[in-house]
Design a protein around this ligand. Structure first.
Ligand SMILES: Cc1cc2nc3c(=O)[nH]c(=O)nc-3n(C[C@H](O)[C@H](O)[C@H](O)COP(=O)(O)O)c2cc1C
Length: 191
């Protein structure tokens, strides 16, 4: 089972990335494979709303997303990893999400169902500093529609709050263990 891990934080080795690495370790320990996309290092323009994908399901903007479409198509699982910024996903994660409008067009304009019946699935991993009840709502809702557009089922989320400083999650061994177990379960097809 192959998982694409989309890192949406600008921070290298920050909280969300450390948790994502624990998920990856769990995944690999059960025989799965992972591939990281670090959005902040890539050249990805926001969706231009140009309608260029309406009839083809392919984006006409040529940048680093061009290769990413193929990687996401090839994935059995997708992990969208983001810090919470102002109660939403990071701008990097949202730009990635919006660019999947091309895949929305493939599914809903062209009526082309992609790898249907294979049980492909997407998950959110999000971190936040505080503990508000609705901290993750916007991100989970947005991601649910992303997964639908790319023809993946929406799996469980891994949500960790109370982590702010860059490596705060290093002190939270229980959360790192939970993340590793999350990856193991994904790989075993239990999540
Ligand atoms: C621009 C910005 C906005 C943020 N907004 C929120 C917020 O609305 N709620 C919250 O709990 N934490 C907020 N945070 C804190 C981050 O979500 C938190 O530090 C997170 O663990 C960072 O993950 P990372 O280390 O993977 O980047 C914000 C941080 C930044 C830089």
């Amino acid at each position: 089972m192959h998982m694409v891990i989309v890192l949406g934080s600008p921070r290298r080795n920050g909280n969300s990335e450390m948790l994502a690495k624990a998920v990856a370790e769990g995944m690999e320990s059960e025989g799965g494979t992972v591939e990281y996309l670090r959005l902040n290092d890539l050249d990805i323009r926001p969706c231009q709303g140009c309608g260029g994908c309406d009839k083809s399901g392919e984006c006409v903007v040529k940048d680093d997303m061009t290769e990413i479409y193929g990687k996401v198509d090839n994935a059995d699982r997708l992990l969208l990893v983001t810090p919470i910024y102002f109660y939403a996903m990071s701008a990097q994660a949202k730009i990635f999400t919006d660019r999947m409008q091309a895949r929305w067009s493939r599914r809903y304009n062209l009526k082309n169902r992609f790898r249907q019946g294979e049980g492909r699935r997407g998950y959110v991993l999000a971190t936040a500093a505080t503990g508000g009840g609705k901290l993750f709502e916007s991100t989970e809702l947005c991601a649910r529609y992303l997964f639908d557009a790319i023809d993946m089922e929406c799996g469980e989320s891994l949500l960790v709050n109370g982590v702010d400083d860059r490596k705060a999650v290093r002190e939270k061994l229980d959360e790192l263990t939970r993340a590793r177990s999350f990856g193991e379960k994904i790989s075993r097809g239990e999540l």
